[in-house]
Design a protein around this ligand. Structure first.
Ligand code: PRP
Length: 225
């Protein structure tokens, strides 16, 4: 079937700290109404003139929506892509949302701890697959306690001695008396695309990817357009 330019493109945007730079990116490529559109409690909104639909989702759910085609494209953290291993096309590193996945523990424990002596650990994390793989590569047995947020609390109440979590500024670790021990991975926000949409809505999807690429690679030039 001949791909058309007229299909609505559904774009999944992440709630939370990636939302502002994601909106700036869309504004930067000419979608001046995007902020007004998503500036409410509505989780789906449409720019009819431009044939765009925006879905506002929890960051961890975006790869699922894109893999299943409920969104044609989306913005997701590399941390979630590494953890979930979804079958999506990942054409672009957007550069923003830089953070690191680290192992952290209470400062008091850190004083007498030697990571080289670890043989068994209990670790709380939102990233069970990445944590398991990391410790298994090092030959360390690990009990994973899967949580969905406020990870820094776990060592303070004895749920787990250590956590594997994202660090951006380091402020949350510090304010909860934790210190970073090891770095597992680095992450930034990525553009992801549903593989079928890339074929069936080729021109519009490709145009959006190229506009974003230009904006990300030459932000000053993008700002003038
Ligand atoms: C993330 C992460 C840390 C915090 C790190 O949590 O899980 O808790 O941000 O940021 P910082 O280094 O700049 O302090 P998020 O804010 O997404 O909330 P959550 O605890 O509900 O996952």
């Amino acid at each position: 079937m001949e791909p058309t330019n007229n299909d609505v493109i559904a774009i999944a945007l992440p709630k939370g700290r990636l939302l502002t730079p994601a909106l700036e990116l869309f504004e930067g490529i000419g979608f001046s109404r995007v902020r007004e559109l998503v500036d409410s409690r509505r989780l789906i909104c449409e720019d009819r003139d431009r044939q765009l639909r925006f879905l506002i989702l929890r960051p961890a759910d975006i790869p699922t929506y894109v893999e299943h085609g409920a969104a044609d494209m989306g913005i997701a953290g590399k941390d979630q892509l590494l953890e979930q291993r979804r079958d999506v096309y990942e054409p672009l590193d957007l550069g923003f949302g830089a953070c690191r996945l680290v192992v952290a523990e209470p400062a008091a424990l850190h004083k007498q701890d030697d990571p080289h002596s670890w043989s068994y650990l209990r670790v709380a994390t939102k990233y069970p697959n990445l944590a398991e793989a990391y410790f298994s590569r090092k030959g360390i047995q690990v009990e994973i306690i899967k949580l969905t947020g406020s990870l820094e609390l776990a060592p303070l109440v004895g749920l787990a001695e250590r956590i594997v979590d994202l660090v951006e500024t380091g402020r949350t670790l510090k304010e909860n008396g934790l210190v970073e021990v090891e770095e597992i991975a680095r992450a930034t926000a990525r553009l992801i695309v549903n593989r079928a949409s890339l074929k069936t809505k080729y021109r519009r999807v490709k145009d959006l990817i190229e506009q974003m690429r230009e904006r990300v690679e030459t932000p000053a030039a993008g700002a003038r357009t």
